[in-house]
Design a protein around this ligand. Sequence first.
Ligand SMILES: Cc1ncc(COP(=O)(O)O)c(C=O)c1O
Length: 390
Amino acid sequence: MIFEEDINQVIRELKPSGIRKFFDIAATRKNVVSLGVGEPDFITPWHIREAAIYAIEKGRTFYTGNKGLLDLRKGICAYYQRRFHVTYDAEKNVIVTVGGSEAIDLALRTILKEGEEVILPTPAYVAYASIIAMAQGVVKEVEMKEETQFKLTPEALLAAITPKTKAIILNFPGNPTGGIMTHEDYAKIVPILKEHGIYVVTDEIYAELTYEGKHSSIAEFEEIKDQTIVINGFSKAYSMTGYRIGYLLAHEKLINMMLKVHQYTIMCAPTVSQFAAIEAVNNGDEDIQRMFLSFKQRRNYLVKELNRIGLKTHMPEGAFYVFPSIQVCNMSSEEFCNRLLDEENLALVPGNAFGDAGEGYVRISYAYSLEQLKTAIGKLEHFLGNHITK
Ligand SMILES: Cc1ncc(COP(=O)(O)O)c(C=O)c1O
């Protein structure tokens, strides 16, 4: 017999992801068009797959060092320098992880003590709150509003700081809103983070999908670089979700602490995938550009069409999601998505899956072909025809 009370209370109380819950329902129906998943639809570029095959052929099938292959760490540091002008040392400042997912877990588990607060700007990626809880931290949500382009404002940040504040999670470009922070936006919050000694966990997994201007990393600000942990990975930029490769960039002391957690729980990221990642990071800039252009075209199409059919949609500056307001329908985001699924066989993600601040919105992923996006727009237009109340 398994008794619920035998199970760790934190785990018992974790809520299942609002995305999973919804897609479990969608999976039970036939002919559903889904724009729910945040995974690029491109097969990994051939030269990267070939590097993985070659590694297997050559018998490179053993553990690597805990931090990951040095050539990969060197490639990652050269990449951060080349693309975002931030300098890290391959020997001291990098751990290769099992996706950005493990990197988030390592960072939070390492820095948090029981009861310390983590400021979480929301709407936010669904995993953060649960990972904070598993690391014994306390989530302190801060709402990012559409009126301020889903950015984190200095006023909102200041209002969230308490004596228990330990860290903040930043995710720009962001899932689910597509919001970004420019260098100038960061310049307004950096003095606050510095003054209060707040650790900055910056998840830059969508950095390469920045449509207006260039991605800015908060690690560029030397005055807070020591208290900053950068998270990034290969899943989104190179369409390598299944390889499970991500990384952490941080001060040597933090790296050494996080490495303890990594070495006892994971040992090392998958070796064959690390070889594929070396090829991607050294020779994949053109692939990034090709996929970027395709995403940008889809974004432009989707935002134009959503506004045309009556769903007010902010033009997202990054990632591959749009976050339209559903206010015209006078339904909660969950009711909207349930009825859309029932009546039109179209699956979107209710905004409340990303925190209370997401209520009144839905998330649409455009990591799907233009054909699928067109079909979805047709379905949405039909649905709105029956349900627009305002
Ligand atoms: C904001 C954000 N961070 C991290 C991840 C995790 O990605 P992975 O573990 O594949 O690197 C995702 C995946 O959807 C994400 O949206």
